[in-house]
Structure formats: C-alpha cells, structure tokens
Design a protein around this ligand. Structure first.
Ligand code: 10D
Ligand code: SF4
Length: 320
C-alpha cells in the first residue's frame, strides 16, 4: 500500500528532552548485562519498563517476563522491573534463593526508603497514585498497612487515617505534575499538619518531559507521543498536550500513525515517554516525512546528564 500524502504538512518539532530517562537506561542495561554474563534465560518480574518494543527485543535476546514468582524455576537469575516491588515479593524471591538483580529506579527506591524511615517514626501515609500500577503496589507494599491511596481530589475527602498528627504524603514518580499538585493541595487543606517530601517524589524526567510538552504544544497543530498504552508517564504527556488544547495521539510504533490525523495540519510536535526508545521516534519521523513534512527541528530544552550506577556484580570492574 502506498503512503498517503498530506499536502498541508510542513514541519516536525522534536520535544527536548524526550524518551529514555536514567532509570530506564539502567534497567534495560541490567537485563542486557545479566544476559551477557549469565546467559539466557534471565527472568524479569513484570515488564522491565512499559514498552512493547523494549520487552520484545529483550525476549528475543533471552529474557522471560513473568508476573508470579511461581513461574521462576529454582536457581534462576531474576531481575525486578524499574517500577519496584513490595517487601513481600522481595522476601519471597530471597527465600526461594534466586540470584536477584534489582532494576528498581533509584528514584523509586528513594520513596521506598522514605516510607520505611517515617513508618519507624510512627507515620501513616497518603499516597497519590494510580491504583493497580506496579510502582504503587511496590511502594504501598513497603508496609503491611498504613498507606492510604488517593487517585484524585474526591478520594482525599474519603480517606480515613487512624490519626492525623503523624501523616506524610508520598506520590508515584510519573504522575501529572499539575494534577498531583492539585491533589496535594486538597490533602494540605484537609490535613494541615501533613508532612511533605523535601523534594517532590515526581521525578526529574517526568517533570522535564511535561515541561517540554508545555512549551511545544502551543507551537504546533498536533502532538504525537511515542509510548505504550501501559506507560503512565507517556499517557500523561498525551493528556497534557490535549489539555493544553492541541490534538494529541499516542502511538506504540509508526504503524499506528493515521494519515487522517494530519489532514489540514502543518506543524507536528513529537515527544516520547521515558520508556520509549529513540529508534521508534526515528521511525515515526520517517513516516511523517513520507506523508509530506519537509523539515525536522529540535526544540530548545534541558539537557539531561544524570546516570545511575549499575548494581554490583554487573559493573565492568577496572582490570587490576
Ligand atoms: O508506567 P510508568 O510511566 O510508571 O513506567 P514506564 O516503564 O513507562 O517508564 C519508566 C518509569 C518507571 C520505571 C517508574 F518510575
Ligand atoms: Fe526513574 Fe523517573 Fe525514569 Fe521512573 S521515570 S525510571 S522514576 S527516572
């Protein structure tokens, strides 16, 4: 089938920053290095990051993705996904004797550590996040009880902590910055003594990608987000552009683009979630160019340089 032509299209503007964050880079590298060092199969609990291409690529290299530890054979090497796991999963995996590499993003672990520390001081928690998301399950699973999940402002009115003197708020790292601020304000209104993190739990990558979409959206007629449907942070980018009044679509790959979206439009904005690889962005660019866009330019934006170290046992140690 020949590629349709959209005569109105002129330019693609790339959001900066977009795509892989430091936690995703590290998580994928952990699986790749484990495969190189120990050979296939390497078991991974949950999708290492929420991206179809990344998961399929690692499957081809010998990774096996599972949800239940029952599906991991004795003696296997097991990697925890970047979203983190509950204490119960950690304990069970250890008890079963797997060789474990933890690919939980250090910025998610930071939230886990904060929860454990404040719980020892007698705090109860309000967690702002999306029910059922693996990061929320992992963070809430740092304690047996005492973490109350709120998904929106209405939930804040319903939450029933046992006491209000020692109450702290924590959040999922990949939320809409604006929605989370609104929910946090409702928490503050209802519980004025609530303790908030010194630095917000929403991570730098989530913040930077949303900030970039805020700059990009008014400059373009349509925003395309590369990301998988399961990816919270990617969904937030599409939602944000749409809220700002710019038509927006999220695609898992170039084949999901529809020429009809671009009819009558000239300027296309393109971004990618923190788990979406640049190879997919390039394929999307090529497809939109084939529709008729003549130029590609990069938006000015923050340059990210953060890099997290790999776990011991997977680092390349300098030769003695
Ligand atoms: O769904 P999500 O945005 O939390 O995860 P995704 O795997 O798409 O992106 C990386 C973010 C992580 C691992 C949560 F911190
Ligand atoms: Fe870590 Fe943020 Fe990336 Fe999640 S989105 S993996 S918290 S850097």
């Amino acid at each position: 089938m020949s590629t349709p032509v959209v005569p109105t299209l002129s330019e693609i503007t790339l959001a900066e920053p977009r795509g892989f964050c430091a936690g995703v880079d590290r998580a994928i590298e952990i699986v790749e290095r484990a495969l190189q060092k120990f050979g296939a199969p390497i078991y991974v609990r949950h999708e290492i990051v929420h991206n179809t291409y990344v998961v399929n690529d690692l499957k081809q290299k010998g990774a096996i993705f599972i949800e239940e530890l029952d599906d991991v054979p004795p003696g296997a090497t097991l990697v925890f996904s970047a979203h983190g796991v509950s204490r119960a999963v950690q304990d069970e995996a250890r008890a079963r004797g797997f060789s474990i590499f933890d690919a939980t993003c250090p910025l998610v672990t930071k939230v886990h550590v904060e929860v454990a520390k404040l719980a020892k001081e007698g705090f109860e928690f309000i967690m702002i996040g999306h029910k059922g998301h693996p990061e929320v399950e992992g963070t809430m699973g740092q304690l047996d009880s005492g973490i109350h999940l709120v998904e929106d402002v209405a939930d804040v009115a319903r939450v029933q902590p046992a006491q209000t003197d020692k109450l702290a708020v924590v959040t999922q790292t990949t939320l809409s910055v604006d929605d989370a601020a609104e929910i946090a304000e409702a928490v503050r209104q209802r519980f004025p003594k609530v303790r908030e993190p010194k630095q917000q739990d929403i991570c730098y990558a989530t913040q930077n990608r949303q900030d970039a979409v805020k700059v990009l959206s008014p400059q373009v007629d349509i925003v395309i987000v590369v990301g998988s449907p399961t990816s919270s942070n990617s969904n937030r980018l599409r939602e944000l552009a749409q809220k700002l009044g710019t038509e927006s679509h999220m695609v898992d790959n170039a084949d999901e683009l529809q020429a009809a979206w671009f009819e009558g439009k000239s300027r296309v904005g393109l971004t990618a979630g923190a788990s979406a690889p640049e190879v997919l962005v390039n394929q999307v660019i090529e497809r939109i160019r084939a529709y008729g866009a003549v130029s590609v330019r990069k938006m000015n934006g923050i340059e990210e340089t953060l890099k997290f170290p790999l776990p011991k046992g997977l680092r390349i140690e300098p030769q003695a």
